[in-house]
Design a protein around this ligand. Structure first.
Ligand SMILES: [Mn+2]
Length: 373
């Protein structure tokens, strides 16, 4: 039996600029998650033989000294226990730059630095010959296809590390720094296990006898990486590959949309939902949609509830133009009534862009004139 701890997309040193004063805490969460993963690896009872880093270990190819030192320290812990560390760079921490950190020496690290898959690294683990394949994507030198390699014709286990996109899920965007991978072709590589990185949510695929896994991030790095995060161990034996995963994240991201069209009191509906979801370890992005009968004062709600969350974002995508409240204001004999009436005139002839400009004008104007609560 060979046990591999499969890590990917740790994004150490990520800046999290959009998180403001919470950014350094979130960066620390990622470092802590990495240290806890290594705690798991060096714990004798888990019997880990090798740790895989399947790309984007760092958020950039030239991370801070602090982030690099953290990584070296964890490698040192693996070395002490003679647990192999095997790494491929990703698109974030690419090898191709002349100042990439991967051009420095890292004691105890098996690094794949060639732009194409070449000869495997062969290690004897628990009496089994293990062949590891990998490559460092280089936008100038790596040639497609990346998924037509084959396991060498020899006994033992064959394991590949790749950083790329299997078009899984419709939320995955292929961009020019993504290595395109094809599920059918990976199924013909005769690998026992393919350790993937790049896609940030867990996914396990079995194709042609090959087990292909994205472990996902240990802590969500952006909305969309919602819910539980997993620590993934692949156990390879003569019986096949067994994937073990345990819930690992400290904080949890949640993206939710509320349609307020049928709500009699939009603000209190949102308030009730915030009360239900309040959790100091939750990062919540709440999107308000529909046409509420009264506007929602998002700023006040955030102020009132943000301390009950690690992070609270409320995105107001309510349509005021169609609301009952606006229709009532329209008939008022006042400056405000005239203002609203002029903005609602000819609304049905407008395109989306013009409509959203009217929506904005209405919000700004009523903020001054009063009338939305
Ligand atoms: Mn990544």
């Amino acid at each position: 039996m060979v046990r591999l701890l499969h890590l990917a997309d740790l994004h150490l040193g990520a800046k999290f600029k959009s998180l403001g004063e919470k950014s350094s805490m979130r960066r620390e969460d990622l470092s802590e998650a990495f240290k806890r993963a290594i705690d798991f690896a060096v714990d004798e009872k888990n019997k880990i033989d090798a740790v895989h880093f399947a790309g984007d270990t760092f958020d950039s190819h030239k991370p801070s000294k602090e982030a690099t030192e953290l990584f070296r320290a964890q490698l040192g812990r693996l070395k002490k226990r003679k647990i192999h560390a095997i790494l491929i760079p990703g698109n974030h921490d690419a090898y191709e730059y002349s100042d990439s950190l991967w051009r420095e020496e890292f004691d105890w690290l098996h690094l794949f630095s060639e732009p194409e898959i070449g000869e495997p690294l062969i290690l004897l683990i628990n009496g089994e010959e293990c062949h590891f394949y990998g490559f460092a994507f280089d936008s100038r030198k790596s040639n497609e296809p990346f998924d037509e390699f084959k396991a060498a014709d020899s006994e033992g286990f064959h394991i590949a590390l790749l950083h790329g996109s299997l078009g899984v899920g419709d939320h995955f965007e292929l961009h020019n720094r993504s290595v395109p991978l094809n599920r059918k072709k990976l199924g013909k590589t005769r690998m026992d296990y393919i350790a993937l990185g790049h896609y940030h949510n867990f996914d396990e695929i079995n194709e042609g006898g090959v087990t292909v896994v994205y472990p996902g991030t240990l802590e969500g790095t952006r909305f969309g990486e919602d819910g539980d995060r997993w620590l993934v161990v692949a156990e390879l034996s003569q019986k096949g590959v067994n994937i073990r995963k345990e819930k690992f994240n400290k904080r949890t991201l949640l993206s939710e949309t509320i349609d307020l069209s049928d709500s009699s009191d939009a603000t209190s509906t949102v308030r009730e939902r915030l009360k239900e979801l309040a959790d100091e370890n939750r990062l919540l992005k709440l999107e308000l949609t529909g046409s509420a009968n009264s506007a929602v004062d998002v700023g006040s709600l955030i102020k009132a509830y943000e301390e009950q969350f690690f992070l609270l974002q409320i995105v107001d995508n309510l349509s005021l133009l169609d609301s009952k409240q606006i229709e009532n204001l329209r008939s008022e004999v006042s400056v405000r009534g005239n203002f609203v009436d002029s903005l609602l005139n000819g609304l049905d002839k407008l395109d989306d862009r013009e409509r959203s400009l009217r929506e904005l004008a209405l919000r700004k104007g009523l903020a001054h004139l009063g009338g939305i609560d």
